[in-house]
Design a binder for this molecule. Structure first.
Ligand code: G3P
Ligand code: MG
Length: 234
């Protein structure tokens, strides 16, 4: 079962910051998940559309220019990272799951990825692009089929993982509240990996392992990994 650090190791460092990503790399995770917004023709790593929860700023991300956003404190003196900075830090070390939150210009995303593929150790095979915006995922698959797609859902779909198969997704990402053996079996029969968010409770980790899911998103990857290592000795 793969362990993805959710927004970096966000349980121990400010979420979606380079500190959280370094902590996740120190934990030897299999992958790191980050959230992305497009501002001023640049891609910034931040989860919320509103600034007040995670930064010293206020108002909406889109109502500020890049320089102002970069001047904010994203926790412990950290800056809101750019996608470039994240690529430089992670490239070649583990998988990177880029969750698209507020993106309109997908060509901009391609240009960041293409630059990183040339200028860093980033491998295309380590990139997984996910979103709740399935129309965007559909477009990306049509335009750049080499990128693996992760179909996110916060619901328990009537036709199980069919929606993800229709998207030609690599993986389907389900909420821990709705996961079931039936869904896992259905997704596997369709050739899809099943990744579950957000799994931090030890009992939930045990359940995910028993269900045979392929990966989980964890805010506390060090603790999750040591618990899994313990389970494997039983
Ligand atoms: O990608 C898994 C998970 O991060 C999706 O929800 O709100 O934490 O981005 P959210
Ligand atoms: Mg996310």
């Amino acid at each position: 079962m793969l362990i993805f650090a959710h927004r970096g190791a966000s349980g121990v460092e400010p979420e979606n910051t380079l500190r959280a990503i370094k902590a996740a790399l120190d934990a030897n995770v299999d992958g790191i998940e980050i959230d992305l917004h497009e501002v001023d023709n640049k891609l910034l790593v931040i989860h919320d559309r509103w600034l007040h929860r995670t930064t010293s700023g206020s108002g909406q991300v889109y109502h500020h220019d890049y320089e102002h956003l970069r001047s904010l404190d994203a926790g412990n003196g950290e800056t809101i990272p750019t996608l470039d900075e994240v690529f430089s830090l992670i490239a070649g070390k583990c998988k990177i799951n880029i969750e698209l939150k507020g993106i309109n210009n997908i060509a901009l995303l391609y240009s960041y990825i293409d630059n990183a593929l040339i200028s860093t150790n980033l491998n295309a095979a380590d990139i997984l692009i996910s979103s709740f915006n399935h129309r965007l995922l559909h477009k990306i698959h049509q335009q750049r089929p080499e990128f693996a797609i992760g179909a996110l859902t916060a619901c328990y779909p009537l036709e199980y993982a069919l929606f993800a198969e229709k998207l030609n997704a690599y993986s389907v990402h389900l909420d821990v509240n709705f996961i079931s053996k039936h869904f896992v079996n259905d997704a596997h029969q369709r050739g899809l990996k099943v990744f579950v968010y957000t799994v931090d409770e030890l009992e939930d980790i045990n359940t995910m392992k028993a269900l045979g899911v392929d990966g989980i998103f964890s805010n506390f990857p060090t603790r999750t990994k040591s618990h899994l290592a313990h389970l494997n000795t039983l």
